[in-house]
Ligand binder design. Structure first.
Ligand code: NDP
Length: 397
């Protein structure tokens, strides 16, 4: 049915490509291209039912991308490299004429700044070219947008309060490791907190606001308010929202390591000169930290991510919680990757599948909540990320 080109060969890509191969009736031709071809070959070697083509590409270079697109002629390009590559890949998609999907919004390399403005600026260009760009199609962002759209469509007349709660109750048995790309992860966590209330964005010191939240099957976990990119699109697309916040759990051990690394300058994105060579501390740190893709084997426990929503239905107040729990071990057994890569890679595959089927396809640049949530929710149940609903409970927030 469709030819898909996946760019990037890390943890998320490992899961997405393996899941695409499990849906080979839709993904009839798959090419995997990344900076390091041997990583593509390793993923391809595990897949037996269809042949995956592999290539080397530098996704910062538009010309290289365009000639790769010309040779493979994809129907969709799935960007599972890093957020730094979003704009060069979108430019190449426009130049060649192919639709686009990613899981994280663009960030400039020299500025830890998260906003959709850069990618939303492509709206007219994609619309005029008759191409679709699906932004942020992982779990958060991604499924959290679909959950919110589903709640708005089926359960609420008016969504007023939205809290996205992200718990990783897993244990990888390392003193310190990040669950996805360490550079992106640490940049995200060390920024100032931010949430939306009554039409304005309010800032907090990094990780300064926290409280215990109860997660299903997990129990209470200290959860920290932080800024997360989907808040920006959700308050725009659901203007009745009065307050939108994002919470993530961290263990004390993790926070202590992070604080030490910050205090000694290891998380800085400003280059320093070392023996005549310019190095960026956080990039060096990434090189010495465990590879998130290798954490799976000894990872126990589960993730629990969902949306807690308060609003009105038939003029009465309603509370609603929709969530998924994902076992690291089950994810590893199925795909060789841990739960955080799994919860991101599966939705990326589903978004790509719905695009190729013509279900999530419209000219322009869109976040996940701007599409029909129903087919995506159905696929989540069938592809390994089943969801659960609770109504009129104490949502704690
Ligand atoms: P990894 O660091 O494991 O993988 C990134 C891959 O991209 C690597 O294979 C890397 O190549 C490749 N790459 C980097 N730069 C280039 C380049 N210039 N040209 C070609 N390839 C390049 O990251 P993850 O798999 O953990 O994450 C992938 C994406 O998913 C990230 O954007 C991340 O922010 C996002 N994400 C989204 C989540 C969500 O819920 N929405 C949650 C988790 C992650 P090399 O192997 O040579 O380094």
């Amino acid at each position: 049915m469709g030819r898909v080109l996946v760019i990037g060969a890390g943890g998320v890509s490992t899961v997405a490509v393996k899941k695409m191969a499990m849906n080979a009736d839709v993904f009839t031709e798959i090419m995997l291209a990344s900076r390091t071809k041997s990583k593509c070959d390793k993923i391809a070697a595990d897949i037996k039912n269809i042949q995956i083509q592999t290539r080397q590409v530098d996704a910062d270079k538009v010309d290289e991308l365009v000639s790769l697109f010309r040779s493979f002629q994809p129907d969709l390009v799935v960007n599972l490299a890093l957020p730094y590559q979003d704009l060069s890949i979108m430019d190449a998609c426009l130049q060649y004429g192919v639709s686009y999907l990613d899981t994280a919004n663009y960030e400039p390399l020299d500025q830890a700044k998260y906003e959709y403005s850069w990618q939303w600026a492509y709206q007219e260009k994609f619309r005029e070219a008759g191409l679709t760009a699906i932004l942020g199609c992982g779990f958060d962002p991604g499924v959290t947008g679909v959950y919110t759209a589903y709640a708005a469509k089926h359960h609420f007349d008016e969504i007023q309060y939205l809290d996205i709660v992200d718990c990783n109750a897993g244990d990888h048995h390392k003193a310190f490791a990040t669950n996805f790309n360490p550079e992106i992860n640490i940049r995200e966590i060390t920024q100032r907190g931010k949430y939306y209330e009554d039409g304005v964005w309010k800032e907090t010191d990094p990780l300064s606001v926290h409280q215990p939240i109860h997660y299903p099957e997990v129990g209470p976990r200290e959860s920290y308010l932080m800024y997360h990119e989907e808040l920006e699109s959700l308050v725009k697309n659901f203007p009745t929202i009065r307050r939108a916040r994002f919470w993530m759990t961290f263990g004390q051990e993790y926070l202590t390591h992070l604080r030490v690394m910050q205090n000694i300058g290891m998380t800085s994105i400003k280059p320093v000169l070392y023996k005549g060579v310019e190095i960026v501390p956080i990039q060096f740190l990434k090189a010495v930290l465990p590879d998130p893709g290798e954490l799976g084997e000894n990872y126990t426990g589960e993730t629990s991510i969902g949306c807690r929503i308060r609003g009105l239905k038939d003029e009465k107040e309603l509370t609603y919680y929709v969530y998924n729990n994902c076992s690291h071990q089950a994810a590893y057994k199925e795909t060789g990757a841990q739960g955080v890569s799994y919860t991101t890679g599966v939705p990326a595959m589903i978004g790509a599948k719905l695009f190729l089927q013509g279900v999530w396809k419209k000219p322009g640049v869109y976040n996940t909540e701007e599409f029909n949530p129903d087919p995506f929710m159905k696929e989540l149940n069938e592809q390994g990320l089943p969801w659960h609903e609770q109504f009129n409970i104490n949502i704690e927030l």
